[in-house]
Design a protein. Structure first.
Length: 133
């Protein structure tokens, strides 16, 4: 099970690192902010095609461990944060002209949404467990 999870993470995250790295090596005039955004696009594209619920089906929420609930909440927060950075960057690129100015809203959105998703999922899990026969 552990090796399978590692393979899944490598499959989804390797394009986020490798594609920007190859783009930078082939054309070093691309800004670091653009490379960061390009790196975010590939995992988002794959996740959008499959969805997080493939890995965290609602049917097993009742039995899901606290660690898995936290993992799901963090991933949901990161996906939301990535979308916020990308849309913000497309709408007002001058506001995200440095890596720091792109990372700041990314971190803020992830730090707000991840705990919110965690507590909402825990609440839903408690409701499911309360209705257990």
């Amino acid at each position: 099970m552990r090796n399978q999870a590692l393979r899944v993470y490598l499959f989804y995250l390797s394009p986020a690192v490798l594609i920007p790295m190859f783009l930078y090596l082939s054309d070093d005039s691309i800004t670091v902010v653009s490379l960061f955004k390009i790196g975010l696009l590939f995992p988002l594209l794959i996740l959008a095609m499959k969805g997080l619920t493939v890995f965290f089906p609602a049917e097993n929420l009742r039995e899901r461990s606290l660690g898995r609930v936290a993992e799901y909440a963090i991933l949901q927060g990161l996906v939301f944060a990535a979308f916020m950075v990308l849309f913000g960057g497309f709408m007002q690129p001058e506001l995200q002209s440095t890596l720091t100015s792109a990372l700041r809203p990314f971190a803020a959105a992830a730090l707000v949404m991840s705990p919110l998703n965690f507590f909402m999922t825990i609440h839903e899990q408690k409701k499911l467990r309360a209705t257990e026969p």
